[in-house]
Design a protein around this ligand. Structure first.
Ligand code: ADP
Ligand code: MG
Length: 350
């Protein structure tokens, strides 16, 4: 995982710009009815008929958002698509198309870009989105990726961050904190490897955490599950920056407060074991670790019976009036004010 797999090195310049674009994009298949024109002209043309179009974009900079020392390029391509698809899911919409733009320095051979686009192709196929365009250019230093995701939804289905109501329940999909701890494990192994390259990392105890970091999945299934349960989420957001900060977004935009119950926060057993090993507080990680790509949403209180016991979801709290504030109710039943980032366990209220 840590060594350079790119034995063959073809310079990008040798293909020319159009040769490169053709080479990288030739594997993309078009399957969506809404895609009228994709790669090959000045712009793509889409037709959503009676649906609304939902658009989201992200920029990823090497050294800021990813480190190629422990993020293989194929995984990076996959994850970059997932992160954008997740934003479409967070509107309670269905992803349909993406555009992919890359800037690379001459440090990257063609084989590296092929690996990146292999991951992008895998994700585009897995999530059934058409790649309809992008831009390819050079950078002075490092790799830059920008993906734009497009989706469709019926107007009535779209869930905004500002739609929560007082007494609504706060619900989360999946479990939290694993992606962040996966990164901690990978960073530790990188340091061990740098000290002694003969030390092969033993990662068996951390497979779930590392998978959550290197190959996260977007919750495209949640929209359908909620429809089957006959639940319309009142507000929704994806958990890319950590539970705590996403709860704050819903509260601020909906002009509400909330009580979040520590004992309800869903975590995987592997996270518990690894946090103990690293001597890190599990709740701190679940609250502030990012990149889980789960969905956080609110539902009406009367929908509780429909969602109760569903293995995909956990009710973790409820909304209250804005004047009551945003709190974590700990296992010891003390109330701690939630902070956007870095939650300070010392700032306890009674
Ligand atoms: P322009 O000169 O209008 O920027 P380009 O020559 O850059 O057009 O791109 C030609 C076509 O290839 C366009 O349809 C563009 O969207 C597509 N394209 C360029 N780079 C990428 C990429 N990295 N991924 C997908 N499509 C791309
Ligand atoms: Mg261009």
């Amino acid at each position: 995982m840590l060594e350079d797999k790119n034995q063959k090195k073809t310079s990008i310049a040798s293909l020319g710009e159009f040769g490169l674009i053709n080479h990288l994009t030739k594997h993309f298949k078009i399957s969506k009815e809404s895609t009228l024109k994709s790669i090959g002209d000045d712009a793509a043309v889409l037709d959503f008929k009676d649906k609304k179009a939902v658009v989201s974009t992200d920029l990823l900079i090497e050294g800021v958002h990813f480190d190629l020392a422990y993020m293989p390029l194929k995984h990076l391509g996959y994850k970059a698509v997932v992160a954008n698809i997740s934003d479409i899911c967070a509107m309670n919409a269905t992803p349909t198309q993406i555009t992919v733009s890359v800037a690379v320095s001459n440090r990257f051979p063609l084989e590296a870009l092929e690996e990146l686009f292999e991951g992008i192709t895998l994700a585009a196929n897995a999530y059934e989105v058409d790649v309809i365009g992008g831009d390819t250019t050079s950078s002075q230093k490092g790799l830059i990726i920008s993906i734009t995701a497009i989706g469709e939804a019926n107007l009535d289905d779209i869930a905004y961050r500002n739609g929560a109501n007082q007494t609504d329940l706060l619900v989360v999909s999946g479990d939290l904190g694993a992606a962040y701890m996966g990164l901690q494990v990978l960073e530790r192994e990188k340091q061990v490897f740098q000290v002694n390259p003969n030390n092969q990392p033993v990662l068996d105890d951390y497979t779930y955490l590392i998978e959550r970091q290197l190959k996260p999945e977007a919750r495209t299934d949640v929209k359908g599950i909620l429809e089957q349960l006959e639940i319309q989420p009142t507000a929704m957001i994806d958990i890319s920056d950590g539970l705590s900060s996403e709860i704050m977004h819903i509260c601020k935009q909906s002009q509400l407060g909330c009580n979040l119950y520590e004992e309800k926060i869903p975590v995987d057993p592997q996270l518990i074991n690894t946090c103990e090993e690293f001597n890190i507080d599990i709740t701190t990680i679940a609250l502030n670790g990012g990149e889980d790509y789960e969905l956080l949403f609110t539902i009406k209180m009367e929908d509780f019976e429909k969602i109760k016991g569903n293995p995909n979801f956990t009710v973790i709290g409820h909304m209250v009036a804005e004047s009551e504030g945003i709190h974590l109710v700990t296992r010891a039943n003390t109330k701690i004010e939630l902070k956007a980032r870095g939650w300070n366990a010392l700032s306890e209220e009674e």
